[in-house]
Ligand binder design. Structure first.
Ligand code: F3S
Length: 388
């Protein structure tokens, strides 16, 4: 792997032990995956933020590092809303440890936005090289924006944030971004809810595994693309997908070569996932809500009172910039929490069945929260929250 003089100097320890250790990690990864060189990145998004997932050893590793991020770098969701954790019924012990984790990241210059939707906070453009780690964010960056990132682990994303570069292999290279299978969707309804796209992604991820699918016959908007990609990243390991005529690298017919492998998903298979099950809580915001989704939730909840816990998740910056919307939503008794998510927070573990409008949450809640998950449209989720 080619290294510049400056990179050689970092590896030689001339810029301190932490930068040496972190570049060493990146070079080792690059060597394993056949990268020819390092590439500068526009931003990083760092996972390994919830104390629930990294525990004491992760905290210990973070605390010994001594360097600062050199590019904009955003932290992934943590285990609680850092200003409202008591309302989430988070234990004092967990809260103390979680605050230690985020303070360790703050010392390293990582922005405590704590979100899986960094693309709502920092401008990310077509062709940008990134080092993002949360699977839905990776999928959105690659597929919807046309930026380039592999799915980084927490340590490699942190290393890239501090060094400002990542090894150029995998999805950083044009030749690795071509579709490997076609998924033709049959009998799609006219304007499906984003939960429908989440359910489609849930099925498609099982078919695609880690391959790159090209969808035909669907016209999702940005929120629905977010739901589709997040679900495929969870039920499979899809980090990039294309939608014919919609996503930037599949803009015009013939822009991409058509692979031989073909699958059909019929709308009937998607509808079958929308089963009726009794739930004791409702959660929305996986991935974190956009402003448009918060607006829609505020309208759906206008004049209503929730009778079951309804938790909504979004990035702190977004919630603060949409203060009036948050107040309208919370007037119903729902909560809009920042910094955390329904999967990484221990707050959700006290429920036995949770209704969601997300294909990713449908895939993860049973294993990560130990609860039954039911998927419904956003309207159905609100109706359920307002029922005893
Ligand atoms: Fe985001 Fe958590 Fe879902 S990180 S994509 S809200 S599982």
């Amino acid at each position: 792997m080619y290294l510049t003089k400056e990179e050689e100097a970092i590896l030689g320890g001339e810029q301190g032990e932490t930068r040496q250790e972190l570049l060493d990690i990146l070079v080792a990864i690059g060597t394993v995956f056949g990268a020819e060189k390092m590439v500068p990145i526009r931003s990083a998004q760092v996972s390994g933020a919830s104390y629930k997932t990294i525990g004491e050893w992760g905290l210990c590793w973070l605390s010994h590092l001594d360097a600062t991020a050199t590019v904009p770098a955003v932290l992934n969701p943590i285990g609680m809303d850092r200003t409202r954790y008591e309302e989430m019924e988070i234990s004092a012990d967990f809260a103390k440890k979680q605050l230690e984790v985020i303070n360790a990241y703050k010392k390293l210059g990582i922005e405590l936005a704590c979100t899986c939707t960094p693309y709502y906070l920092h401008e990310t453009r077509f062709g940008d090289h990134l080092a993002w780690s949360e699977s839905s964010a990776v999928s959105y960056a690659n597929s919807v924006i046309g930026a380039r990132t592999n799915r980084e682990g927490g340590p490699s994303a942190l290393a890239a944030a501090i060094i400002g570069k990542t090894p150029a292999y995998g999805l950083h290279c044009t030749k690795n971004r071509l579709p490997q299978l076609i998924i033709e969707v049959k009998n799609a309804p006219g304007t499906p809810d984003q939960a429908w796209y989440g359910a489609l992604g849930f099925l498609a991820g099982r078919i695609a595994g880690a391959k790159i699918p090209l969808f035909t016959n669907i016209r999702p908007d940005d929120d629905s693309l977010k739901a589709l990609g997040a679900a495929m990243a969870a039920s499979g390991a899809v980090a990039l997908y294309h939608v014919a005529g919609v996503t930037p690298e599949a803009g015009r017919p013939g822009d991409l070569p058509e692979p031989d492998e073909r699958h059909i998903i019929d709308a009937g298979e998607i509808s079958a996932l929308f089963a009726d099950t009794t739930v004791d809580a409702v959660a929305i915001g996986c991935p974190h809500c956009s402003i448009r989704e918060l607006e829609s939730l505020a309208s759906l909840l206008e004049g209503k009172r929730v009778l079951k816990p309804l938790y909504i998740f979004a990035a702190r910056n977004l919630i603060e910039s949409a203060g009036a919307l948050t107040s309208r939503i919370e007037a119903s008794g729902a909560f809009v929490f920042a910094d955390t998510c329904m999967v990484v927070s221990p707050a959700m573990e006290r429920f036995s069945a949770i209704m969601v409008n997300s294909g990713k949450a449908l895939a993860y809640i049973p294993t990560m929260c130990g609860a039954v998950a039911r998927i419904g449209t956003t309207k159905e989720c609100i109706a359920e929250a307002c029922k005893r």
